[in-house]
Design a binder for this molecule. Structure first.
Ligand SMILES: [Zn+2]
Length: 147
């Protein structure tokens, strides 16, 4: 079982079992949110993952556009995008934002890039080494206020 929590902790979701992969989608909304989706229905393994909103139903608000069928839910307090669901079935969570997982090793999943935008363009790609710190290293000549 994997747990997800927004930054302020108001919204908490569990998934059982933990997903085997997450989706990096480059559509107009996902690339802006920076979400990685763990889907309740795992189409690759042909199995259903149990998704439960265990806390925070009253802390959520949804964004919808276009045909307004799908709602992208976020915490009203901290703004984290937590999940998406059909607006007609808000309790039937379809995808959880895996970036909110708290007890999870990202190496345990594969990242499936989904070219929904038909651009072939992704922010996340294994084409550069990982920086060892929180930020890119600064040159020695950088001013102190940048450190
Ligand atoms: Zn929050």
């Amino acid at each position: 079982m994997v747990r997800a929590a927004c930054h302020c902790g108001a919204v908490r979701i569990t998934m059982e079992p933990a997903p085997a992969w997450v989706c990096d989608c480059n559509c107009s909304i996902c690339r802006r949110y920076g979400t990685l989706w763990a889907y309740a229905w795992d189409r690759l393994a042909n199995r259903n993952l149990q998704v439960t909103l265990i806390q925070g139903a009253d802390a959520l608000e949804a964004y919808a556009w276009g045909d307004r069928r799908l709602g992208f839910y976020r915490c009203k307090e901290c703004g984290c995008v937590t999940h998406h669901a059909a607006l007609s079935e808000p309790d039937n969570i379809r995808g959880v934002n895996a970036r909110l997982f708290v007890n999870f090793d990202p190496n345990a999943v594969t990242v499936q890039r989904s070219d929904n935008a038909h651009t072939g363009w992704f922010w996340t790609r294994p084409d550069a080494p990982i920086w060892p710190g929180a930020h890119p290293p600064l040159p020695a000549s950088a001013p102190d206020h940048l450190r």
